[in-house]
Design a protein around this ligand. Structure first.
Ligand SMILES: *[C@@H]1O[C@H](CO)[C@@H](O)[C@H](O)[C@H]1NC(C)=O
Ligand SMILES: *[C@@H]1O[C@H](CO)[C@@H](O)[C@H](O)[C@H]1NC(C)=O
Ligand SMILES: *[C@@H]1O[C@H](CO)[C@@H](O)[C@H](O)[C@H]1NC(C)=O
Length: 251
């Protein structure tokens, strides 16, 4: 994982200003930028009698740079600590559910993978340009890790007309850097009136009742039809027996 993210091969410059002449004169060493730099591979860019300018690359962890110099036979050194940061490159927003009834709750989640330091990172959840929620992280975790913010909120009718987004901003000003930020892709929320919910329930109830009545009447027809049929065949049976009886008398 390369530090500095989108900054790619950002390099820092180390400038040294050494003593100018006789041993009695005060000398000064300056390194720039004072707080935010990288080291390891370095190339000398420019050199003059009193200073050298280096470009240094690809530091993967916080480190110290030490500059040794000799002035009028006296050896001195200056050190500088370098902070490596992992800016928010990817900001991932998720809404669930994405279809919500007005007044119902839904969840907004924003994830920012591989950021460091967490301290000074602010994650803001937005509806259009309006801030829904924000959280500033605390603590000084140096290794890159995922920052996650989860917020539950209630769906409003006007949420339908706005996109939600998430903005991650890293404030490196206290370390001599800048504000670095990144924004997620927009996400839409589908909001519907709960009245539609009731209508659906009413329609389902009415259809169920009608279906029940239909099935019941078909069953009743079948049962009564059977009984009627039996009664009719029963009568024929009696008549047939009567007829047989009369034949028997005649005979
Ligand atoms: C710095 O890192 C990048 C990718 O991580 C690599 O391409 C480049 O060669 C490295 N530069 C030096 C000077 O090591
Ligand atoms: C948000 O709501 C879900 C259930 O709907 C719950 O599981 C979760 O803990 C809630 N999260 C927060 C941050 O309140
Ligand atoms: C929401 O985002 C989509 C996709 O980026 C875009 O097409 C649409 O115009 C946006 N809507 C609003 C209201 O900003």
């Amino acid at each position: 994982m390369s530090p500095f993210g989108g900054w790619g091969l950002l390099s820092a410059f180390l400038a040294l200003l050494c003593c100018t002449g006789s041993g009695e004169e005060a000398f000064e060493v300056r390194m720039w930028p004072e707080q935010l730099m990288t080291t390891l591979h370095k190339t000398l860019l420019e050199e003059q009698a009193q200073w050298k300018l280096y470009e240094v690359f690809n530091v993967s962890q916080d480190t110290d740079v030490i500059c040794h110099f000799t002035c009028s036979g006296k050896q001195e050194s200056r050190s500088l600590n370098i902070s490596v940061f992992y800016p928010p490159k990817q900001v991932l927003l998720k809404l669930w559910p994405t279809l919500v009834a007005v007044g119902r709750s839904f969840t907004i989640q924003c994830r920012v993978p591989s950021v460091a330091p967490l301290e000074g990172l602010t994650v803001t959840l937005l509806r259009g340009s309006e801030i829904v929620y924000n959280q500033t992280f605390v603590g000084t975790t140096l290794s890159p890790q995922e920052a996650m913010v989860t917020h539950n909120t209630t769906a409003h009718r006007e949420d339908d007309r706005h996109n939600f987004s998430c903005r991650a901003e890293m404030d490196l000003r206290s370390r001599g850097g800048d504000l670095v930020h990144s924004v997620s892709d927009p996400q839409a929320l589908d909001v519907y009136e709960p009245a539609q919910d009731n209508q659906t329930v009413i329609i389902i109830t009415v259809v169920s009742v009608l279906l029940f009545l239909f099935v019941t009447s078909v069953l009743l027809c079948f049962v009564f039809g059977q009984q009627w049929h039996q009664r009719r065949t029963g009568t024929y049976g009696v008549q047939a027996a009567w007829r047989r009886l009369r034949w028997a008398y005649r005979a």
